[in-house]
Design a binder for this molecule. Structure first.
Ligand code: ZN
Length: 151
């Protein structure tokens, strides 16, 4: 298990050092900002929606390794998906990082499974979910994400 944990940590560090889709989006038609006061993570998520499909997605901002890696991987996995698929992924991801889905252990979530360890650190849950809450806000046409008090 510790080998797996090291590997997960490596993936998170690699994404936080070289985040994917880390730029603004000239043809964005949705954009939202998210802020995690617990840690100071702050991101803007840009979306180019084509009907109900996420044609393109990017983000900018600053935050801890977990928040940045989560945003980076989120943009990779959500690009090309429908709004409904993206929302379903967030639901699954949220269950994973809050430890509500331990028996499934992140299967089908692909690379996002590297965040399963976050469930052991409740204070870091919002770091992992910030980008997703911000995506959700952008999908709903909001300009600012609201983070729930309890996660
Ligand atoms: Zn953070």
């Amino acid at each position: 298990m510790s080998d797996l944990r090291d590997l997960y940590q490596e993936v998170i560090l690699e994404h936080s050092k070289a985040p994917r889709n880390f730029h603004d989006l000239a043809d964005a038609n949705h954009k939202a900002e998210g802020f995690n006061p617990l840690c100071g993570d702050q991101f803007t998520v840009y979306l180019h929606m084509d009907g109900n499909t996420v044609r393109d997605i990017s983000f900018q901002g600053a935050g801890c390794a977990i928040s940045k890696a989560s945003a980076s991987m989120m943009t990779q996995i959500v690009k090309g998906k429908s709004r409904a698929e993206a929302e379903k992924l967030f639901e699954r991801f949220h269950s994973l990082v809050t430890g509500q889905e331990p028996q499934k252990n992140g299967e089908d979530l692909g690379k996002l499974a590297v965040f399963s360890g976050v469930s052991e650190y409740p204070a870091r849950v919002k770091c992992a979910t910030l980008a997703w809450h911000t995506l959700q806000a952008a999908l709903e046409g909001q300009t600012e994400a609201t983070l729930p008090d309890e996660e």
